[in-house]
Design a protein around this ligand. Structure first.
Ligand code: GDP
Ligand code: IMO
Ligand code: MG
Length: 423
């Protein structure tokens, strides 16, 4: 049985959490494959809003298994907080949530290193969520990391000490003022590791292999978005993992030939939180309206998200890199009320018109070329079927499908589970 993937195609926060929750009824297993608590995945149903960071977004479905894959980095302290938030919902997490032994742990000193590195960069900072993501993946690829499975060994605290000592020396290398009480942070960390250990650790690649053999349906849940990919994103303003389709293979141990559908999620406009280039960014009333109506504040950090028109050059690139087979358009409702909508279909780059994403997309190198389309006034949030869609919305969708050459199968018209329209 093939493994389907669900990925964000922009700079994150496309609505992955919502759609994974909606799709979980069709799957036996939901498996997160990369990223860590830098992610904030929002789900809404029965009038309650939930934000998950590390726990897969299938967790509210009793019959689905949720796997935290080897490609994920886990901060036990944040994980414990997520578990605490879930307590009131009476879920049997020991049964439905399992963790890869090969996933790496975010130590308190990784978080401090992230803060020190960012502070030392000044204006050139990445705009990291400061969750320790970069330093943890650095220790992973540098072959110094501590993995979930290590906590089952007797000597793991020695390994921890050696690494934390090294980190302290590294922190002092940065000439910045970072105040911390490591003893306190460590007490919290070790307490949280105990809680983590109350869950089930597994060899997740074997688990997923057997599940595939048994015909179980698996959905791999991505975090962040393609333009934050360590290789293909707007480097260095990216995260430290492969957020694109290939990341699901390395982050779960799924063979490339066993990938089925690739669901690509995008907002009907574009947002970005943190630093880095953003060709279609708006600094006017239109951008302000998108941010206000779309309630564009980061689910993890609360920072306002930068907003702009839909960038088809970047989206086409993401569709291509991921091999997207089905698209899902989110937050169409936020665009209601604009007289005219703009869609960036090409860039002016060094005097030429180009349709692919070049190496340099900073504002001084490129300017977006827009196609204008009529907007719609109707409120979409109460609509439950495509038959109710205004003509202008259908024209917007048709235009995107033609440009991207992939069908848009879901149109989301609000944050709630029920505000999801299949085409
Ligand atoms: P994720 O990181 O991709 O899971 O996305 P986030 O949860 O960070 O951000 C998406 C935000 O948009 C959340 O607040 C969602 O509740 C909300 N949302 C999702 N889909 C829609 C939609 O179709 N319309 C509106 N208005 N909000 C949506
Ligand atoms: P979800 O899964 C949006 C951004 C940060 C920063 C850059 C690097 O909710 O879509 P990091 O903490 O990884 O070192 O930050 O990446 N970023 C996200 N932006 N959504 C996310 O996740 C993000 N995770 C990281 O803002 O610009
Ligand atoms: Mg998010």
């Amino acid at each position: 049985m093939a493994v389907d993937l669900l990925l964000g195609l922009q700079w994150g926060d496309e609505g992955k959490g919502k759609i994974v929750d909606v799709l979980t009824k069709n799957y036996n297993i939901i498996a997160r494959f990369q990223g860590g608590p830098n992610a904030g995945h929002t789900l809404e149903f029965d009038g309650i809003k939930h934000v998950l960071h590390t726990i897969p977004s299938g967790i509210f479905h009793e019959d689905a298994m949720n796997v935290v894959g080897n490609g994920v980095v886990i901060d036990p302290v944040i994980f414990k907080r997520e578990l605490d938030n879930l307590k009131q919902f009476d879920l049997d997490l020991v049964k439905t949530l399992v963790i890869s032994r090969k996933a790496h742990l975010i130590l308190p000193t990784h978080r401090l290193l992230d803060a020190a590195s960012e502070a030392s960069k000044g204006k050139a900072k990445i705009g990291s969520t400061l969750k320790g993501i970069g330093p943890t993946y650095m220790d992973k690829t540098g072959r110094n990391g501590i993995r979930v499975g290590d906590t089952e060994m007797n000597n793991w605290q020695e390994k921890y000490r050696a690494l934390a000592n090294k980190h302290e020396a590294m922190i002092s290398f940065y000439d910045v003022d970072i105040q911390y009480d490591l003893k306190e942070l460590e007490a919290e960390f070790f307490d949280a590791v105990k809680v983590l250990k109350s869950l089930t650790f597994i060899d997740s690649e074997e688990y997923l292999y057997q599940a595939q053999k048994q015909g179980k349906k698996i959905l791999a849940e991505g975090a962040q978005g393609s333009l934050l990919d360590i290789d293909f994103g707007t480097y260095p303003y990216v995260t430290s993992s492969n957020t694109t389709a290939a990341g699901a293979c390395t982050g779960l141990g799924v063979a490339p030939g066993n990938i089925g559908e690739v669901f690509g999620i995008f907002k009907a406009y574009t947002t970005r939180v943190g630093s880095g280039p953003f060709p279609t960014e708006l600094f006017d009333n239109d951008g302000e309206t998108m941010g206000r109506v779309g309630n564009e504040f980061g689910a993890t950090t609360g920072r306002p998200r930068r907003c702009g028109w839909l960038d088809l050059v970047a989206l086409r690139y993401a569709v291509q890199i991921n091999g997207v087979t089905q698209l899902m358009m989110m937050k169409g409702d936020v665009l209601s009320g604009f007289d005219t909508l703009k869609i960036c279909t090409a860039y002016k780059y060094k005097g030429e018109t180009i349709e692919h994403l070049p190496y340099n997309i900073e504002a001084e190198n490129i300017s977006p070329i827009y196609t204008e389309i009529s907007g719609w006034k109707e409120d979409l949030t109460k609509m439950r079927s495509v038959d109710e869609f205004p003509t202008a919305l259908n024209e917007y969708i048709d235009f995107l499908e033609k440009q991207l050459e992939v069908p848009i199968k879901i149109v989301s018209v609000g944050p709630d589970r029920t505000q999801t329209i299949h085409r």
